[in-house]
Design a protein around this ligand. Structure first.
Ligand SMILES: NC(=O)c1ccc[n+]([C@@H]2O[C@H](COP(=O)([O-])OP(=O)(O)OC[C@H]3O[C@@H](n4cnc5c(N)ncnc54)[C@H](OP(=O)(O)O)[C@@H]3O)[C@@H](O)[C@H]2O)c1
Length: 259
């Protein structure tokens, strides 16, 4: 149990910390003395998080937030800022993934992936802007994906907003840096979570959430814009991204399923 006098490291708001990678990252943050606020749709009643809350009553806070609920984002940002008394690190980890072959395209799935993987982050960023500018420092880390390198068959509904978020981060980084706000991205490969449980193909370099969270945590003490892993998958996708498009597309065509 933590004592009232504990000196915490930075104050972190982790959006999307109730499951998978985010839950593992929450444990790492707590073990490393970060004052941590976790948000997700139902985190206040999440059993794993409630267990951690018992272990770290003064260090861990839980706040329900649905990033697709535009109407209460401003109030939630206000609440998050007050709970922690300012935020040093904002980590956006919320994500949603629904692979769709052509016969299964559904507009609502495209919209929902855009909302969680892109617009939710933008809405939070807009509400957080003035608070960070006034505070005069901060670090924003966005968990994107190696899928942002190149659109792969069936996964475009997920990778398109992820690629949009990466492009946005590239565009914002210099301006934010001039205001002493460091923007970083994490682009990693397959991790064993409920998202990849939807994949029915062999996943090169599949990691456990704990492994991925440890590598992601390295970004918290790094100046690098991009944290990218695992090496093999990152190299292959990086190559596909840089090849002449007809070559890249000839390669990705091989990923089509033949019924
Ligand atoms: N797994 C992979 O292979 C992989 C690879 C590359 C990148 N990523 C990225 O890593 C991040 C974490 O993914 P994961 O695999 O750990 O998935 P996950 O286990 O499904 O966790 C996703 C997290 O996002 C939260 N979330 C989802 N929708 C939300 C919403 N509308 N509002 C607020 N929170 C929401 C979830 O909480 P609730 O459902 O409780 O709201 C959960 O905490 C995602 O951004 C994903 O795109 C994953």
């Amino acid at each position: 149990m933590q004592s009232q006098q504990t000196e915490y490291k930075d104050k972190v708001w982790l959006v999307g910390g109730s499951q998978g990678i985010g839950l593992s990252l929450t444990e790492i943050l707590l073990n490393n003395s970060y004052l941590t606020l976790v948000s997700s749709r139902n985190c206040e009643s999440n059993q794993e998080l409630l267990k951690l809350k018992q272990q770290y009553p003064d260090q861990l806070f839980l706040m329900d937030l649905d990033v697709t609920n535009s109407e209460n984002i401003a109030a939630k940002v206000f609440q998050a800022w007050n709970i922690l008394g300012g935020i040093d690190i904002w980590f956006y980890n919320a994500g949603s993934y629904d692979p769709m072959p052509i016969q299964e395209w559904k507009l609502e799935k495209f919209i929902s992936m855009n909302q969680v993987n892109y617009i939710g982050c933008v809405q939070l960023m807009i509400e957080l802007r003035d608070k960070f500018l006034k505070q005069g420092h901060g670090r924003w880390i966005w968990n994107i994906s190696l899928a942002s390198d190149f659109g792969l068959p069936y996964g475009g509904g997920y990778s398109a907003p992820k690629a949009g978020l990466l492009n946005l981060a590239e565009s914002l980084q210099p301006e934010l840096k001039a205001h002493n706000i460091q923007l970083q991205v994490v682009n990693h490969g397959f991790v064993k979570t409920r998202l990849t449980a939807k994949n029915d193909f062999p996943m090169l370099g599949l990691m456990e959430p704990q492994q991925a969270a440890e590598k992601i945590f390295s970004a918290f003490n790094s100046e690098k814009f991009e944290t990218r892993f695992p090496f093999n998958l990152a190299s292959i996708l990086g190559l596909i991204k840089r090849l002449p498009k007809p070559w890249s597309l000839a390669l990705t065509k091989k990923m089509l399923k033949h019924e």
